[in-house]
Structures are given as C-alpha cells and as structure tokens.
Design a protein around this ligand. Structure first.
Ligand code: SF4
Length: 507
C-alpha cells in the first residue's frame, strides 16, 4: 500500500523560506520529512502559489486556493497512483514534522481502516492529517458544498461539516498542549522566533515538545499578537460594569482623540516589531467618536498582515462610514457591537440610553458585512436570566454572538461573576505574553487589566511601562517582559494576584 503526501505551500511567505536556526529553511525540512516518510519524491505533490521557488518535484501553482481546490488536486493526484491507499496532508512551513509520530498515525489509520486520522493535543506543525484515498471523492464533494479557506485547519473545517459520516481515528498527545497556543510554524515572525527558540532548546520531536513545553512557559512570549489602542477618550455611555468611568470620571464629557499621524507611526512601529498583528481600536472610549476613523482603519488595512477589531457601543457612527470600511476590508475588520441585554430596562441599567440606535447599527452591519459582525453580552449576575433570550434573538438574525466573561479588574469592581472558569493550576498571564495596550497619549500599561484603586477611590493603572511614542514600542515591549518574568516564578505583581484574566486570550 502506497502513501502519498500533499504539501500545502499555498500561503508560504519569507519565514518558511529563510534559514532556520542556522540550518535549512522550514520548507526544506518539510520536504526532507516527506521524502523520509515516502522514501523519495514520487508520491509528493506540492500545492503552491506562483511565488514559491522551483522545488524540482511535482507542484501545482495557483494565485489563490480554497480547500475545495486543494482537495480536488489531491483526489486527481491520488487517482493517478492506483497503488495508493493513504494521503498525508500537511503544511510547508512546519519544521518540526515528526517521522515517528507519522508512523504511529499511519499504523492507527490502517489498523482501523479509518477515513480520516489526526493527532490531537500537540502544537500545530508536528503531525500530518491522514485521509483514505477511497474517501477523497466524497470529501471533495463535501468541500464543494461547504468550502473553507486553504488555512491550517481547513481540512478539519471541511470534515467537521459532516463529521458523523466518516470513520475518524485520533491519536492523543500524552500532554494536552492546546491551551498553550504555541505554534512553532514559520508563517509569521512570531512563529519563526518560536520555532528557532524551540530548536535552540534541543527539541526535535513531538515527544520532546510534550516533555519540554509545560516546564518552559518563557517560550510563549515572543512578539505581540494583539494590540489594544485607545483612539478616543470620550464615550457616549458610562456603563455600570465598566471601570473606565472610575478612571476618568464621566466619559460622556471627554473629547480627546489620538492624532492620525501618531496612530500611523504606531502602526509602522508595530509592523516592524510584530510583522502580523490584530489591532483592537477600542481599549477605552468609543471608536465612532474619532473624527477621522476612516484614516485609522486605512492605516491598519495598509498592512496586509494586520487585521482590526472594532468594539463599539453602536452609537455615534456617521451614516455609511462603517459600511464603507466594511465593504473594502471584508473579514479583515471584525465588528463587535456591545449590547449586553435584549430587555429595554436591562439595557438601560447596564449601559444607559441608546439601545435603538445601537441595535439598528448592529442590524445594518450584519447586512453590510455578513459573517464579520458579533453581537456581544458580558455575562454577569445582572443579565444572566435574560442571556439565553439575548443569544437566541441575535442568532436568529443570522450572525455571531459573543458571551464575554465579566472582568472585575482585579476586584476594583464588584463581583458580578456567574461562573468561575479559572483553571485549577495558575498559568503565567497570557496577556503579558501576547498583548500590548497603548493609551491615547502613548502610555503603555503593563496590561489592559492591571488597575488599582487609589486612596481617593479613583482607578488607575498600577504601572506604566513606558510611552510608545517617546520610547518606541519595542523598548516598551521588552520592558514589559519583567512582569512576565515574575509570573514565571509565581511572584505576582500588584494587582495580578487578585486578577482572574490571566487564562483568557485575545489572539
Ligand atoms: S494577571 Fe491580570 S492584571 Fe496581571 S497582567 Fe494578567 S491580565 Fe493583567
């Protein structure tokens, strides 16, 4: 029985082609792995964009690929190899593809005559997914009905659409590493640095990684993945569960904004530090109040590896502005409309006036940018009994609903938590490893959540690590590492010991 390999190189960039840890590039390592499994080049097909260099093996090139395209090519290739029973599917930017783990998966797949086999609980990039050749035509047909982008989890996204129709086998990692969000795959600067550091620690296999990673969370902090930016000081609402009024007084009277030129400089600095980034323009204040929001959105969109999140009350948007941005940006801008309650009185108690305008905005945007609009409720004692109605009501309107965890900001606000979701064993804070927050004046607190109450009762950041405009973003980010270092040795700075946000992720 012959094994085939489909290598997805459709989205490889410079990080997969650069020498890694002083040796071959990720892509060269992936090709060596494939040859090691198959015993040669025959049986390998590379799915590539036109920019991928000539590899000397069978390659199909197209400027853009969907999973239906990829699977159709795989099915055609398998049909030309009558002795083949199994296709290995993996990505060209994964330098840790593991031969031993692949043998385990192949044995499992063939022993149980599975149609689809995968490894679960490992970081991405250690194991292929396995498809039975006989099932490929059926999966191609499924993809023709539920196509998915050709992304890392694209194959699973297709199979998931009819998961009960397939015989699936799973090999579980001895240690579940999914919560680490650790990805030593060379698709970004973050992934490349991660892979180099892991290699530098002597890790070569999935078995090594499962033994090494749990004791080395310092590897989880490389460059920011998520940036909060405050672009406006004012807000049309002073929500009852938001700490911002406790920091600045009533935000309805504030009018300061971040100048466009400063925001553009911040984006340029962020690009050179991070390469790719999720930018959330709603740290505090309402983004609709920025007088040139379109220019800010343009500065984010000008960087092809950046995406943007706009969290908004839905109040104050000039007619047509958000729709025009959404039309240009598509899925690169995600809109989160905070509504919190379906009930008029409940909304007024939590958020104040403006429910009709906010709901109308959400409904307009759901039409203007389908699939990219999320209606949000913070789950707390005050709205818990009405949340199901809220969820069902907005689900019916066809878009996404986020039920967000309540944050007491390290007990600065009353305890309104409905369910404690904290892990039993405390982890070093994810926000310190992945996020950076920039206030309107450029100040960078240690994290978005680290508020303390002063003697006068006013809330303020426990520590400002520097100023992104004066000190440079990279210098401030490096300084922020000291807090993470303290978390690594369980020496929590004030107010982290009281905070329960450490296990949540933004990106
Ligand atoms: S534990 Fe809380 S306050 Fe401390 S850095 Fe993490 S999110 Fe911020």
């Amino acid at each position: 029985m012959e094994t085939l390999a489909i290598i997805n190189a459709a989205k490889v960039n410079e990080f997969a082609l650069a020498p890694l840890a002083g040796g071959p590039s990720a892509m060269e390592r992936v090709l060596s792995y494939a040859r090691g499994v198959l015993g040669g080049d025959d049986g390998i097909l590379v799915i590539a964009s036109p920019s991928v260099p000539e590899l000397g093996i069978a390659t199909v090139r197209k400027p853009s690929w969907t999973m239906h395209d990829v699977l159709s090519e795989a099915a055609g290739f398998a049909a030309s190899k009558p002795g083949a029973d199994t296709v290995l599917y993996f990505h060209a930017d994964a330098p840790f593809m593991d031969l031993e783990l692949t043998k385990t998966l192949l044995e499992l797949h063939r022993r149980y005559r599975a149609e689809y086999t995968f490894a679960d609980g490992y970081p991405p990039g250690f194991a292929p997914e396995l498809i039975a050749v006989k099932s490929l035509p059926n999966i191609v047909e499924l993809a023709s009905r539920h196509d998915a982008p050709s992304e890392r989890d694209g194959l699973f996204a297709v199979i998931q659409k009819d998961i009960n129709s397939y015989d699936i086998e799973t090999h579980l990692s001895p240690v579940d590493l999914r919560a680490f969000r650790f990805a030593p795959v060379c698709d970004s600067k973050r992934g490349f640095v991660t892979a180099e550091r892991l290699w530098g620690q002597g890790v070569r296999s999935a078995r090594d990684a499962t033994g090494f990673l749990p004791g080395h969370p310092e590897l989880l902090r490389t460059v920011p993945a998520f940036m909060w930016v405050q672009i406006a000081e004012g807000c049309p609402q002073a929500c009852s569960y938001c700490p911002y009024p406790g920091m600045v007084g009533d935000p309805r009277g504030l009018s300061g904004t971040m100048p466009v030129e400063r925001f553009e400089r911040l984006m340029a600095d962020a690009e050179s530090l991070c390469d790719d980034l999720v930018v959330d323009v709603s740290l505090w204040g309402e983004p609709s109040l920025h007088p040139d929001f379109a220019a800010l959105a343009g500065a984010v969109m000008a960087r092809p590896r950046f995406t943007m999140i706009v969290e908004t009350s839905g109040i104050g948007w000039k007619q047509g502005l958000a729709e025009a941005i959404a039309a240009k940006a598509g899925s690169r801008v995600q809109w989160i409309v905070s509504l919190d309650d379906a009930d008029d009185d409940g909304y007024r108690t939590l958020r104040g006036e403006g429910k009709d305008e906010a709901c109308a905005f959400a409904e307009r945007m759901i039409v203007a940018s389908p699939g990219n609009v999320h209606v949000q409720a913070v789950r707390m004692k005050e709205n818990e009994s009405r949340l199901e109605a809220f969820y069902r009501g907005w689900k019916k309107r066809g878009d996404k609903v986020i039920v967000q965890k309540y944050d007491s900001f390290a007990s600065c606000l009353p305890d309104r938590v409905v369910a404690d979701l904290s892990p039993l064993d405390r982890l070093p804070c994810r926000h310190l490893a992945r996020d950076v927050a920039v206030l309107c004046n450029g100040d960078v607190p240690a994290c978005k959540h680290c508020l303390s109450k002063g003697a006068d009762g006013r809330l303020a950041y426990a520590e400002i690590e520097g100023n992104a405009f004066d000190d440079g973003l990279e210098a401030v980010w490096n300084r922020m590492g000291a807090w993470y270092g303290r978390h690594l040795v369980r020496d929590y700075p004030e107010p982290c010991g009281r905070c329960d946000e450490y296990h949540t992720f933004n990106a």
